[in-house]
Design a protein around this ligand. Structure first.
Ligand SMILES: [Zn+2]
Length: 512
């Protein structure tokens, strides 16, 4: 962990468009991870924010006849509203137009300049305005188009300040070799390694001809290249240059979660900038895949984005968050559809966890007046404690390895086993004869105890449903105060606790 903090970040999106399902996907993954680390007792710092010094912002605002500042001030609340509805628990939100960011970016580039890591030069080459990046001729499609955006590149010639990226080739290759976890998943690291082996060009880190950006302290006719400006948010937000105590406590980042399209910025340029500034590199850069609907990337620049509210309104926040993390192996591209969301909601949530909760709480209500009975028959719990223990161990292992899909599969193994346990024990039949009262009490204790542990386990992915279930289970201690592995230890449910069946957690949804 950072010096003593688990520091996780999302990429900071451009604010020149509305949030879409793809950007929501990334922030949900970050939130799941951040909440999981809090659950295991780590001190977490979860950062997100917005990237505002884009050329596209300057263009969009000019088209709208307002200033760039007015434009971003209108856009940012739209993003924050989506994050709020998704239940995102970020500890900080940085806007790159904030004074705290601007002054610390200037401190960082001044440090590079002072260390002889910046020189003046000219550069001419093909430039994609959507990537905000000079391209190499060899990567253009048909010699004229951006390989990512499929739009024509522009030829830009500028006198700029350069960062000598090329001289970091060997140090970067040594980093990937010595610390393979520095870029994940493995197949993305392999792509990065072969890119770096192919040779690196020095990086133009300033732009002239615009005043939308952060001026270089020693030559204010130039503004800092937006990508360097954006990458630095990870350092400026935690006090680089002004709050060394905070910075040293939190840096280096444990986990930068980013889309695969910006892996080179994060796994090549960013560590090289940090090396040049004599700062530690991030521990892990994780490049996730794209989320596709109907086979086409839901990209804002293609105008086919689906707004998360359309899905949130129908499926609810818990089902939404669960679906994307459970359906798509994190790191790979994946597809989603309305039909598949409905199927998974009904199978895993309505029939799985929701059915387990409603059956257990209803039987506690009918047979014991809602009070958790004492388990008096040895062995009545069958293998549930072992199943729970094993699943929580796998859950932890997968979460620490950023394998979010198998992590949830492990938790849902508990759901499946607990539902099957009820089918085996048939408490509704035991309840017909008073002679079985002790057995019935022991079976329902075991089922309710399993439900208690499950509630703790699902809190990072479904915070809203977990808190409702926690209340139905009559738990007085705040759910946020629970810690794994302690709260996963069998027998934590207090005999005599008063439970109450509430509304269904996950009402079934009609097939579309
Ligand atoms: Zn592009």
């Amino acid at each position: 962990m950072g010096r003593d903090t688990f520091y996780v970040t999302s990429a900071i999106p451009y604010v020149n468009a509305e949030p879409h399902v793809g950007t929501a996907y990334e922030i949900i993954a970050c939130d799941f991870i951040a909440r999981y680390h809090r659950l295991r007792g780590d001190h977490v710092h979860f950062l997100t924010g917005t990237d505002e010094h884009s050329l596209n912002v300057a263009r969009s605002s000019a088209e709208a006849g307002i200033t760039p500042t007015e434009w971003v001030d209108r856009m940012v609340p739209k993003w924050q509203e989506v994050w709020r509805r998704l239940g995102i628990s970020n500890d900080d939100f940085i806007r790159t137009s904030e004074p705290r960011h601007e002054e610390r970016v200037q401190a960082f580039v001044q440090r590079l300049h002072d260390r002889g890591e910046i020189y003046l030069g000219t550069y001419e080459g093909p430039y994609c305005p959507s990537c905000e990046e000079f391209k190499q001729e060899k990567e253009l499609v048909d010699g004229t188009m951006c390989p990512i955006h499929g739009i024509p590149v522009e030829v830009l010639k500028e006198e700029n300040y350069f960062f000598p990226l090329s001289k970091y080739q060997e140090r970067l290759l040594a980093l990937y070799e010595e610390r393979p976890e520095s870029v994940l998943p493995d197949f993305r690291r392999n792509e990065v390694v072969s890119f770096v082996r192919g040779g690196l060009q020095d990086l133009s880190i300033s732009r002239s001809g615009t005043d939308w950006g952060i001026p270089l302290p020693w030559d204010p006719k130039h503004v800092v290249y937006v990508w360097v400006d954006a990458l630095l948010n990870y350092a400026t937000a935690i006090g680089f240059g002004t709050d060394p105590e905070m910075f040293d406590r939190i840096w280096p980042a444990d986990l930068h979660i980013i889309g695969k399209d910006i892996i080179r910025f994060h796994a090549v340029i960013w560590p090289a900038l940090l090396m040049a500034a004599d700062l530690p590199e991030p521990k892990t850069v994780f490049g996730h895949g794209f989320v596709n609907v109907g086979g086409e990337k839901m990209s804002k620049s293609k105008g086919t984005g689906v707004h998360p509210f359309e899905l949130l309104d129908h499926f609810g926040v818990d089902s939404y968050r669960y679906y994307f993390m459970r359906e798509i192996p994190f790191g790979q591209d994946g597809n989603y559809s309305w039909e598949s969301m409905t199927e998974r909601h009904n199978a895993d949530l309505a029939n799985g966890l929701g059915n387990l909760a409603s059956r257990v709480l209803a039987m506690l209500g009918s047979y014991f007046g809602g009070t958790v009975p004492e388990p008096v028959v040895p062995g009545a719990e069958s293998d549930l404690p072992a199943v729970v223990g094993d699943a929580l161990r796998r859950y932890d292992e997968h979460m620490l390895g950023v394998q979010l899909q198998p992590a949830l599969t492990a938790v849902w193994d508990i759901v499946a086993r607990a539902n099957h346990y009820l089918v085996e024990k048939e408490p509704w039949k035991l309840a017909k004869d008073d002679a079985n009262r002790d057995e019935l009490a022991s079976v329902l204790y075991a089922a309710a105890e399993t439900l208690r542990v499950l509630t703790v386990a699902i809190a990072p992915i479904m915070p809203s449903a977990a808190s409702r279930l926690w209340a139905q289970l009559g738990q007085g201690e705040p759910l946020e105060d629970q810690r794994l592995p302690e709260a996963g230890a069998w027998g934590g449910l207090t005999v005599g606790t008063i439970t109450a069946k509430g509304d269904a957690l996950f009402p079934r949804l009609d097939a579309a």
